[in-house]
Design a protein around this ligand. Sequence first.
Ligand code: ZN
Ligand code: ZN
Length: 338
Amino acid sequence: MLSLVINPTKLQAEEGITPASKSQNGQYQNRVGDLNTGPPSVRAAFLMRRLGTMFRSGAGAAPLTDKPPTIDSFDSTDSIGRATWIGHATVLLQLPGLNLLTDPIWSSTPSPVPFLGPSRFVEPGLSLAELPSIDAVVISHNHYDHLDIPTLKSLARLNTKTQFLVPLGNEKTLLNAGITGVKGLNWGGSATVNGYEIVALPTQHWSKRSLRDTNRGLWSSWAVIGAEKRFYFAGDTGYFEGFKAIGRLYGPFDLAAVPIGAYEPAVMMKATHMNPEEAIAAARDVRAKQVLAIHYGTFDLSDEPLDEPPKRFRKAALAAGFEANQAWVLDIGGQQTF
Ligand code: ZN
Ligand code: ZN
């Protein structure tokens, strides 16, 4: 627990895990300042290709599991966790006394304009009705593939006590949709849910949901810290130095979920998304004992072949010293205990 740390605020400051700063025009900033998102010509060509792939087949997408899921909760005396990959960046994390979802999206199109949005190739691994009672939801940022209002409204209806933790500045997006139990946190801030300390931590990314709100809501990763188990959810991020500080202050983690897709074209993506090798480096930096690959194989978001990220992830994990059984490539709906 964080309370084991003698002076967490001082240590956070020493490690640079301090609140994100805002520019004069009210935009949150990355530690390294403005990010390079490639020349306009590359971005325009990318967008044209995206429209062209609206009817892409989905060959190479992540397979849907054929095993019936186990979702029963653990007793508070157990020292065990279970992760279920629902698809994309959505993970059902179950720890003794806690059921938590990361970036839940059950919609078929992550977009403000569904008919123009990227295709979903694989159905969610569990239906909303199959979920256990969810205690907490953590959101990494407001891009449509991570903050899905229809899903959040359904979750809020299923359990009125669910706590929705968002990076600062995103509260209104949920409140305006009638969702309650929302808490906004800056980097280094935390909330306690069922005895678990849930901490918002830096990432290197950006945000935008409409024409005029670029970087008005913060982006973050999340640590879930219990007496027995520690879990890290990296959200959506480029590789950056901050992972090492997160590892020193909050690691080692029993499991880290890291994004491994949406890295091509690299000239446009590298600052804001990791490739599989960078994702493994991040897992090492945060001192993850085991690492779960997410953010690939579900939606049609970027140029790399759909089946390339998990292959590179497995290879990079072995090269970095993980055993094969410590680097998890799950089917959608697949689960693993830890
Ligand atoms: Zn994003
Ligand atoms: Zn994303």
